[in-house]
Design a protein around this ligand. Sequence first.
Ligand SMILES: [Zn+2]
Length: 500
Amino acid sequence: MKTIIRGARVLTLDAGDRDIPRATVTIDDDTIVAVDTDDRYEPGDREIDATGCLLMPGLVNAHFHSSANHLKGSLDSLPLEIFMLFETPAEGTRDDARAAYVSTLLGAIEMLKSGVTSVLDDAFFVPAPSPSAIDAIMQAYADSGMRASVALDQPNVPEIDKLPFLEGLLPPALLARARAPAPMDAAGLLTCYRHLLDRWHGAAGGRLRAAVSCSAPQRVTVEYFRALDALSQQHHLPFFVHVLETKLQRVLGEEKFGGSLVRYVHGLGLLSDRMNIIHAVWVDEHDMDLIAASGAVVAHNPISNLRLGSGVMPFRELMNRGIPICLGSDEAITDDAINMWNVAKLAGLVHNLNGGDYARWPRADEVLQCLIRGGARAMRLPRPVGQVAVGHQADLILVDLDTLPFTPLNDLRRQLVYCEQGTSVRMTMVAGRVVYEHGAVVGVDEPKLRAEARDIAAKSALAAASEASGAAEWLPYYREMYMQAAVRDVGLQRWMGNSK
Ligand SMILES: [Zn+2]
């Protein structure tokens, strides 16, 4: 069956980046087969009257951790290394497959309703992944109708190896606990990957895919890092790696890895065009040259970087080297809204603080390219998304132009980036199937889901509170570690002004 979308203004985001005042887009099954002005119709075709709307490719959330979907607003702003102390306890709910399903679906529908058609989910598990938890997450994406590429973000080294200075700071009892092995070893994690690949890679008509993740270079053994790279190479999977998100990680590189963590990964021979380098805030010039030469994509999470006070990524320096940039919301405690329009807006604004030469500031059209084409590039799909173009998969949204964000309509691209917040999205289509319309995600009873999410949260609140008090015993030592790194001169600055 064909679907014909008629009467829309169309922003193609293809090579010509065309803005067509009125066009007809024809979709055969899951693929766009025509973008023209023909009035064709055959009996049995589904017609969508899109008069007054903009048709454009769906948004891509290129960095996300569904594991924290139920934790939005849980914490005040804290630096990453302190934040992670307190984030972990409330994750107990992830042991429960139903809770994992509910929270994953909650995030998926929040994204679909605002026009996000694809997500790259770096799912983590506390204490460790299991086939049932993996199935719960993937089933939620299957049921939501969303396109998702999911990795297992799991360290396999003791806590002490991931951070600087702790050997000299922790009292003996805590030091012993920090040296304890990770909850699951490489063999166990690779078995979980095997399950993810066998059961879910290519499922739901190709909508669901596996990715791989080492979380961060300092969080895994070299052997496991290499095994993940081999998996990524064998199946052409995106490889998620958090790199130099914080100043402390730059200091960690100096202390334990002989220099920058980018150089460390390069030295292992693992920097590749399959890599999705997440954050890249505290990268130096040489790091950026190495990333550019590798062909890797950088995932920019500007709201998360502000929420955790990580710093500001060198946007123009990356762009000038031709490094593809995609945008992500990161997890729902570091960008509590799960709203890619907000992410795009901040990506369009925060870099204006990087200096007075306004020719280097991001333009709205560049931000849109990062948001959609950068994200599509990061997914490494066998059949492309991200353009309204013949041969592309029909991951499309309709944006109502008769709304306040677009009234009056002065400049479409700027108003998409600076005005829209997702409230004008009227329809979301993934792989040719309408998954959101008339204010509801198709096939999901949202009020019931919200009620269940509240019940689950109420049950886990007590456990979370008692474990949070456990985190407090680590806090003075982590604060000292953090401050030692914060005041070090690392030869570059990604915080504003004279902050230390
Ligand atoms: Zn992340």
